[in-house]
Ligand binder design. Sequence first.
Ligand code: FES
Length: 512
Amino acid sequence: MNFSGFFVELKSENMFTQSIWNAYGVQQDFFELKKDIEVEVAIVGGGITGITTAMLLKEQGREVAVFEAREVGKGTSSHSTGNLYSITDELLSPLKSKYDIDTVREVVEARKSAAGLIEQSIVKYKIDCDYKKQPLYLFNTDDKKDIGQEREIARDAGLEILSLPDDFPVEAKEGFSIQGQAQFNPLLYIQGLAAEIEGGNCNIYENTRVRKIEEKEGHYLLHTTSGVVRAKYVVQATHTPKGVELQYHTVLGPYREYGIAAKLDNDNYPEGIFWGYFNGDKYSFRSYTRNGESYLLCVGRPHKVGQAVDNREHIKELTSFAQNHFAIKEIICKWGGQNYKPADLLPYIGRKTSNSKELLATGFSTDGLVYGTLSAIINTDIIVGKENRWEEMFKASRHQPGKAAGKFAKENLDVASQMLKDWLFKGEDAELSSIQPGESKVLVRDNKKVAVHRTTSGELKAFSAVCTHMGCVVNWNNAEKSWDCPCHGTRFDMDGEVLEGPAFEPLPRIKE
Ligand code: FES
């Protein structure tokens, strides 16, 4: 990789979304699908979930093909922190309040097992991805967030707990460390795995976007942008199920948060995984070193997708946080990452309906590197007919109204109010000429909502502002230059194409 070229590119309009991992990723160039094919298992999505599933199925002698809309590993997986841990983003006490300590212990065990598979795969395939064991530090700095119960629950769940060290770099009010966690470069890991498994009975296709999945006569037909795939099984490794799957969309809340990578003025790069609550808000930070260059990574300032008034403010706040706590010399890159929070706090993994051969892996919250790997283990066992001790607990088709009730009601009220608000109020009666270079607006033309963006070079790009998933009106994300849907989190790029989320189809272009 031309490293300096990466940062030059980063300053251009479209490159805001590049994480630090992309600076060290390699160019892989898997082929695009060019014809109709038949395969036993079709995997949609080439992130950690899809590639790990392909690895495990190939090891079991199954014939698999992975279809990635863009480039392997460069979607959500490479917008993560690269932290591998046994607890969960929402912490263990909310989980214990909904379930019991045995369930919490099983969640931790399942996550340990998945993190263990990552470590084994790195050793087995000799993947150079800066893997190292690290403690996770959980702490607060004031009374705004109570973490009092977390230490005991984590210990009861079987984790090794220690006090914070004397030289802890932050003035913490209370906190502890969880030993035996890990960090790596997720993109190098996924790319390394993909390079190892490609070939034989495993084919990986890039730039091959699945537009439709249909079930026909006991098989699935995947209509891609360049061929039809007939498969016995389909695994949706797409972060959230594609298409209109209301039983899932109604229990998943789409959130976006931001990351920055910075050089420091000194060498005080913090070693470990840091989860701190500052004035009640959670920030995660860590360091990353490769080829003698070190960076501080900070992640935080979440909001519902498509509902930020000004996305850039979230990144400014994250930058201020970093500047207030570290000697920041220069911000190197900034990016956003998406996650889907499950209403009952557990991810949905397994068959879409009780006997379906279409398998899902979704609702990972911000814990997707480990849960994605766990999904690969469970879904592989389902396909090969092997018993899995966690299949029932994470079963995608489970229905737990009691456990999901509070969040379920909140998320659906939010979607309903977004739809109503969008259709009643959104859209300006402004002239196209009033849109300045770099600006975007949703306008009303002939009673239709139109999403208009003028690029920095002056070109006008106009699309229907109606999300092709279920009809909400998209909002402009001024930080990442995308049209984001506030209902179920589909994001469209400046050319209307789907970046992520449940929609299959791009926003229709308006030419006049
Ligand atoms: Fe569902 Fe847009 S993502 S309506």
